[in-house]
Design a protein around this ligand. Structure first.
Ligand code: DX5
Ligand code: ZN
Length: 217
């Protein structure tokens, strides 16, 4: 099964309930929620009160991507808010193994995101502890950036590590996903595609999600 996760970062925040319901009524599988702190990344998105209100209306898996320093401080908070998957950045965790266990002990699936410069081989020793690896295909912080082509190679290398270790880890791709790269990403081994601008800046987001879903199915 392959998944599409629209990124709410690209929604119209003045019409958030409308956009959440649009995702509910589309072929999308997950809600991708980008939390930025202005320190780990040079941008601030939104925080807990907004997520709480999204969760109130959302009827699909809540996939939270934390782009914050010291994410351990907020693991319980995000569990209580209703996150199903909590992804932290490799670059923001000094004790990644401990952080992953803490996420799971709160009943969530544990994800690790890696920046474009971070080699996938660094995850091999914890691959069995990771439910999802989010390969950043742009530098995190902003929607609407262009896809970094080196990502295909990273997906293949990570898939090899997952297979070699008989792990069930899923691969998610985040940044610059469009109908032009979706198929090739899935062929390289990706399981989940995040799409922000491509969905929300299109004329008919429901139709765009449907097209992406049919490309990857
Ligand atoms: C980037 C975020 C992404 C972003 C993707 O820092 O993690 O999830 O919303 O947006 P697009 O699809 O526009 O690149
Ligand atoms: Zn993201």
């Amino acid at each position: 099964m392959k998944y599409i996760a629209p990124s709410v970062l690209a929604a119209d925040f003045a019409n958030l309930q409308r956009d959440v319901e649009m995702i509910n009524n589309s072929d999308a599988d997950w809600f991708h929620i980008d939390i930025m702190d202005g320190v780990f990344v040079p941008n601030i998105s939104f925080g807990m009160p907004v997520l709480r209100d999204i969760v109130k209306h959302a009827s699909k898996t809540i996939d939270v991507h934390l782009m914050i320093v010291d994410p351990d401080r907020y693991i319980k908070t995000f569990a209580d808010l209703g996150s199903d998957i909590l992804t932290v950045h490799y670059e923001a965790c000094t004790h990644l193994h401990r952080t992953l266990q803490a996420i799971k002990s709160e009943g969530m699936k544990a994800g690790v995101a890696i920046n474009p410069h971070t080699n996938v081989s660094l995850l091999e020793d914890v691959i069995h502890d990771i439910d999802l690896v989010c390969i950043m295909s742009v530098n995190p912080g902003f929607g609407g950036q262009s896809f970094i082509e080196n990502t295909y190679k990273k997906v293949k290398q990570l898939k090899e590590i997952i297979n070699r270790n008989n792990s069930q880890t899923m691969i998610e791709i985040d940044g610059g996903v469009t109908d032009q790269n979706a198929k090739q990403l899935i062929e390289a081994g990706a399981d989940v595609l995040v799409a922000g601008s491509f969905v929300f800046k299109s004329k008919n987001p429901v139709q765009t999600i449907k097209e992406l879903k049919s490309i990857i199915s």
